[in-house]
Design a protein around this ligand. Structure first.
Ligand code: BTN
Length: 327
């Protein structure tokens, strides 16, 4: 859809929503949205194909009866209260993965906070080359472009920052006990509901841009998981016993992320380190970390000032920089 069609659709939906249960006349829509009545009718037809139920009554006009749970910009923008995050959105019904699309956009010059989002991914990417299952209309599959002026060595802190922000937003909206497993998995009762994939491009030791990929199982049902992942993953809906409006979660996440990210750029990593420890899933327990140099077992006691996980083995403290963790 081109930019003009997008704008018309955004204003049309906003107008229908503003009128709630009452009708809004074709004349008023045409004036407020600034296009012909025939064009309005075509847009209404398109919206109906996407699952919106819009009642049309002669002499009264149109009324929105049912709104499907879509994550399109016209659904997100009216509820978004950020300064920059999510102000520019590229949306698709289905893509292979949002990550390469966000990289491409960043290389073209996407502003900080630009967001790529989709209803479904056919080749969702996880960490360490894994597949990320992303079924249609039931999760949040999105990639955010960031342009922090930080050295490459600090980049891992962005993943921890994002884990904290997403945890806080999801906890606030759902009330569920969401915990962080180092470095970037969010869990409920030990099962994964969200994964974060940070990819970046750097030049001369500085970060040029970051693509922060977030995958959240929102309304995914238990039968969805392939056999090998059964028991490892869950969704907010399974844990909460109800479904959630994805747009509410997305806008809450973008707002929280923006605030925490700005705090990070101004005050550094320390406040995030403290929050991260508050939400951590496995502090005080013995864990096994698979590092590039072999396995390390020890008691997880916290993060060091750089964001490395500290494992205690007797009197020795070992910082773990990047690994997979078995709790
Ligand atoms: C993980 O392995 O835990 C990270 C999963 C990240 C998945 C998200 S979904 C949106 C974005 N697009 C992708 O292909 N992957 C990330």
């Amino acid at each position: 859809m081109d930019a003009l069609a997008n704008r018309i659709r955004e204003s049309l939906l906003a107008l229908l929503l503003e009128h709630g249960d009452s009708y809004v006349s074709g004349e008023e829509i045409s004036q407020r949205v600034n296009c012909s009545r025939t064009a309005i009718w075509k847009h209404i037809e398109e919206l109906r194909k996407e699952g919106y139920q819009i009642e049309a009554r002669p002499r009264s006009g149109y009324r929105l009866v049912y709104r499907p749970d879509r994550v399109a910009p016209e659904e997100i923008k009216p509820e978004l209260h950020t300064r920059r995050f999510g102000k520019e959105i590229r949306y698709w019904r289905q893509v292979a993965s949002t990550q390469p699309l966000a990289h491409e956009w960043a290389r073209e010059g996407a502003a900080e906070g630009s967001l790529v989002i989709t209803e479904e991914q056919t080749q969702g990417r996880g960490r360490l080359g894994r597949i990320w299952h992303s079924p249609p209309y039931s999760g949040i599959w999105m990639s955010l472009v960031l342009r922090p002026a930080i050295p490459l060595t600090q980049a891992p802190q962005l993943t921890l920052m994002a884990s904290v922000a997403v945890t806080r937003a999801l906890r606030r909206v759902t009330g569920l006990d969401i915990r962080i497993k180092w470095p970037n998995d969010l869990l409920i009762d030990g099962k994964k509901i969200c994964g974060i994939l940070t990819e970046l491009r750097g030049e001369q030791d500085q970060v040029q841009y970051v693509v922060l990929g977030m995958g959240i199982n929102v309304n995914v049902t238990p039968d969805f998981w392939p056999e090998e992942l059964k028991g490892k993953g869950t969704s907010l809906a399974i844990a909460g016993g109800r479904t959630y409006r994805r747009v509410e979660l997305i806008t809450a996440i973008l707002k929280e992320l923006e605030g925490i990210y700005e705090g990070f750029l101004t005050h550094g990593f320390e406040p995030i380190r403290i929050l991260w420890e508050e939400y951590a899933a496995m502090l005080g327990t013995t864990i096994r970390a698979h590092t590039p140099h072999g396995e390390v077992t020890g008691e997880a006691i916290g993060l060091d000032p750089t964001g490395a996980l500290i494992l205690r083995q007797g009197d020795t403290k070992i910082p773990i920089f990047s690994s997979d963790i078995d709790v």
